[in-house]
Write a new protein. Sequence first.
Length: 255
Amino acid sequence: MDETRFETDIYKTADGKFVIGHNDNYKRLSGEEIFLEKETLERLRQVVFFDKDGTKNRVDLRPATLENYLSIVKKYEKHAVLELKSNFTDEEIARIIEIIREYDYLDNLTFISFNYDNLLRVRKILPNQSAQYLFWKITDAEIERLVRDKIDVDVWVVELTKEQIEACHRAGLKVNCWTVDDPKKAEELEKQAEKERKAKAAGRTTSSRSHSTSGRKKQSAIEKSINKTISQTANTIGRELGKQLVRGLLGTLKK
């Protein structure tokens, strides 16, 4: 599986379908003030988006569905990052998960959302699913809540510091950030991530060596114990044999 991640956002439509859109309306993409949650999927599919040159002559530039998105990431073997934009109900989250299951893609998908309740609804159905909370600033209270609910971090990059990343990692949380437009900042974060990966790998190696040394010491102690027991047993047996031999000799002499 390619490590490249394809992120998209979904809203619910008026008739309970799931459609792709970054904003809650398509005005920026089409020039029409059309709100995703207020229209049916059939109506939304009549919308034609602007081409790069500003024209609307291409009939294929239209709204996509959750199913369209999943078919693309699966075809190109990309990790899916699905932002839950609407305030979804338990039943709607269950249907979203079922659709993803139909594509057999839950293992290659991360849920993200600014709406914490959406992630809690995911967590109720999928206790171990990859999920990250989108928020603005890391605090001790946020870390405590995320650890409790087994939800990872996706924080605004402007507020992200090295110390915060380390605090999250100590708590067992993965850290993602949005939106990194500065190449220098992106390189800085990647270097820190690589440094932590190497440190973690080195820790595993040290731990492995420690376990190996401990194992050898334990084995040596066991061997000494066994040898001591054997020696004691041999001495006991030897004494008994000696006594029996002496008794035999005495008996012979009496005869």
